[in-house]
Write a protein that binds this ligand. Structure first.
Ligand SMILES: Nc1ncnc2c1ncn2[C@@H]1O[C@H](COP(=O)(O)OP(=O)(O)OP(=O)(O)O)[C@@H](O)[C@H]1O
Ligand SMILES: [Mg+2]
Length: 250
């Protein structure tokens, strides 16, 4: 199986700080590739470069064989790169369905022309319906988004990402702040999304990461210190001393 997204030598400098240092990894449809690392390791900066929010200082991002390194975020979204954010980004005053419809519209080639085109509006409405269905949020479609539980808000953010019809999902800490039940619901969702998507999951919840990821990349100070399957990462001496410490992940 070939990679849908291939990242090589990706580097980002902020002044003298090398936030992401020559990171190489690939994302395959059918896999969750988790990126773990302590606070400030460069995980969100990596996602920001993959989504096109910030430019890379060096390196290359290839999507489905095409070099997208220089493409702006909107063009990457059109090509199938979707993301969610570490901090909640919903519109709290709008309904759940409206949030998804707005996300779908923003990802259309001419979002400003939506108001002139009933058909385009129906298309984004349909994409919103499908995203809510996929995330199990259909019953909450007419709820004001700001009134949702924390877990449902995070699910809505994944739904908003899905409404853009991505093939690559870049998820920045979707489990942060969740209780056990909400975590299970989100992990169930990611399992359902896995077969049709290449998923990059940044997450601090190690139990969840070791359960759901096919591959794990460990970052320390911007650089990758190890990549492997969960067993390889669990047993990697460098990872254990640099990151996992004495913790056991049986
Ligand atoms: N826009 C910016 N300007 C300057 N420095 C930045 C900028 N964005 C991030 N950094 C720095 O880059 C480093 C990596 O930050 P980043 O947010 O990518 O880490 P992270 O792994 O996502 O951490 P966390 O787990 O806390 O979310 C940090 O030292 C951070 O302060
Ligand atoms: Mg982060």
């Amino acid at each position: 199986m070939s990679a849908l997204m291939q990242v090589s030598g990706l580097t980002r400098r902020f002044g003298g700080l090398v936030a992401v240092n020559a990171v190489t990894l690939d994302l395959r449809v059918g896999e969750v590739h988790a990126v773990i690392g302590t606070n400030g390791a460069g995980k969100s900066t990596l996602i920001n470069m993959l989504s096109g929010e910030i430019a890379a200082s060096e390196g290359r991002i290839v999507l489905d064989g095409a070099d997208i390194t220089a493409r702006p975020q909107a063009r990457r979204a059109l090509a199938g790169v979707g993301r969610s954010y570490q901090r909640t980004t919903i519109f709290p005053e709008f309904t759940v369905h409206e949030n998804c419809r707005l996300a779908a519209q923003a990802a259309t080639p001419r979002p400003w022309a939506i108001w002139q085109s009933a058909r385009a509006c129906a298309t984004s409405g349909g994409a919103a319906d499908a995203a809510l269905e996929a995330t199990g949020l259909t019953a909450l479609a007419t709820r004001t988004a700001g009134t949702l539980s924390h877990g449902a808000k995070r699910q809505l953010e994944v739904a908003m990402c899905l409404a853009t019809k991505p093939r690559v999902l870049l998820l920045d800490e979707p489990l942060a702040g969740m209780g056990a039940e909400e975590t299970e619901r989100m992990l169930g969702l990611l399992e359902r999304l896995k077969p049709a998507h290449a998923i990059l999951l940044v997450e601090h919840d190690m139990d969840a990461v070791f359960r759901i990821a096919e591959r794990i990349t460990v970052m320390v100070n911007g650089a990758v210190i190890a990549t492997g399957n969960p067993d390889e990462i669990r047993n990697d001496p460098q990872v254990r001393s640099a990151y996992l410490g004495e913790e056991e992940h049986a």
